[in-house]
Design a protein around this ligand. Structure first.
Ligand SMILES: Nc1nc2c(ncn2[C@@H]2O[C@H](COP(=O)(O)OP(=O)(O)OP(=O)(O)O)[C@@H](O)[C@H]2O)c(=O)[nH]1
Length: 407
């Protein structure tokens, strides 16, 4: 296929891709819109650049080449900016530098001092700098974004960098004059260049759309599985994880346990300081629990001012000790909001898997009963469902006895 035809088809596909992004705009979350707008502008600039390359033989080189290269390179700047916005990296004016400097270089070496080799070198350097910027940005998100589309996008940029470098090396071995044109069909690389310039952005836009849909999917999943106020796992996630861990523990004979945690006298915080302060206090307790939890432990908000933490590989004694760890973590950090400082405590009921616990709810119910015993026995304490390891401060032993009687 003629390079001019490739440029034309590429430009039309890019415009169609940009159009799809435009149609999707209204349905995108607000956080993704700036990035999508930048990508769309980039697509438009890139498509216009391809159309300029297509007609380059019809117009003076000193005008059309800086224009065509400039449009494509500022288009690349747009892709770079879009990826940074996608990951929340702040904007910076220096992103314009590679495209600006290279456009001036192309102008200089076509209009002022016609010389193809430095022109190709300058443009290639600018491309590589911008694409390395994109790759760095993408690779830097390894922990935050595990989507395959991010890897696909990275692969596209690396492949284009490799092509640009190979092209520079190839031209270094040729004796090309100032009349050289990317639409000249006598040279095989002129079939590859338009494909890369015109078709790869289309693949890139597809990868970008996948990145967007993947991000939206993950946001929905997170929203459906976390508690909106505290950011902990919500009741649904707790029920799923609990049922899974319960089944696994029964199958393997491993220890499994949990703590049900309730803030003491929470109603009086709401009544005295208002519901909003109550909400902040809930977040505070959730944060203390999260920090105090070990890696295998899952903290969740069960509802209201009640939390649940799932323990793995525990027996009665270690589950009780884990409950104590959580209780002490909350008690150690008073809740501060402006001038207000409130010491907060929690009561905790702990249960570990026993023969009779046919399902996760059985375990939860036993821990709940232990929690009520902890409330009855003075609050700010841990009680174990079986009662044998019941809590320690002020009369814990007799409390433990009472619980074992009551459960
Ligand atoms: N601010 C706020 N309050 C909530 C939320 N969910 C439940 N509550 C309040 O939590 C309080 C629960 O109080 P209770 O369970 O009756 O008892 P308590 O005052 O905590 O006392 P004990 O549990 O017996 O120590 C009620 O006032 C609820 O309105 C919430 O999401 N935000």
């Amino acid at each position: 296929m003629e390079p001019k035809t490739v440029f034309l088809i590429g430009a039309l596909m890019m415009l169609a891709n940009g159009g799809v992004l435009g149609l999707m705009h209204r349905d995108l979350p607000h956080t993704l819109r700036p990035s999508a707008v930048s990508w769309r502008i980039a697509t438009l600039l890139h498509a216009c650049g391809c159309l300029m390359f297509m007609v380059q033989d019809e117009l003076p080189k000193g005008f059309i080449l800086p224009l065509a290269n400039g449009l494509v390179m500022f288009g690349f700047t747009g892709y770079w900016r879009a990826l940074r916005q996608f990951y929340g990296v702040p904007d910076s004016w220096w992103l314009l530098l590679p495209a600006g400097a290279a456009t001036f270089g192309v102008f200089w070496f076509t209009a002022m001092e016609a010389n193809t080799v430095p022109r190709i070198l300058i443009v290639s350097t600018a491309w590589v700098v911008m694409m390395l910027g994109c790759v760095r940005n993408l690779l830097g998100q390894k922990r935050r974004d595990r989507a395959v589309s991010r890897l696909v996008m990275t692969g596209i940029f690396i492949a284009v960098i490799a092509f640009v470098l190979a092209r520079v090396l190839y031209f270094a071995t040729l004796d090309i004059g100032p009349a050289y044109s990317v639409t000249d069909t006598s040279n095989w690389i002129n079939f590859a260049t338009p494909i890369v310039v015109a078709v790869v952005p289309v693949i890139g836009t597809t990868a970008f759309l996948l990145m967007i849909s993947e991000r939206i999917r993950r946001q929905w999943e997170r929203a459906a599985s976390t508690d909106y106020l505290t950011g902990l796992a919500n009741r649904r996630t707790l029920a799923d994880a609990g049922a899974r861990r319960h089944a696994a523990a029964r199958a393997k004979g491993d220890g499994f346990g949990l703590a049900v945690i309730d803030i003491d006298h929470f109603k009086s915080i709401n009544d005295r300081h208002g519901h909003d302060i109550g909400d902040v206090a809930l977040k505070h307790v959730a944060a203390q629990l999260q920090v105090a939890c070990r890696e295998a432990e899952l903290p969740a908000r069960q509802g209201g001012e009640e939390f649940v933490v799932l323990f793995e590989d525990v027996d009665r004694a270690s589950a009780h000790a884990a409950g104590e760890r959580l209780r002490l973590a909350v008690a150690a950090q008073p809740f501060v909001a402006g001038d207000l400082t409130l010491p907060l405590t929690v009561s905790i009921g702990v249960a570990v898997l026993e023969e009779g616990d046919a399902d996760f709810d059985c375990l939860l119910r036993r821990a709940d009963a232990a929690l009520y015993a902890a409330k009855r026995n003075g609050r700010n304490r841990v009680e174990s469902a079986a009662g044998r390891h019941a809590s320690l401060p002020d009369g814990g032993a007799s409390a433990a006895h009472q619980i074992s009687q009551s459960l």
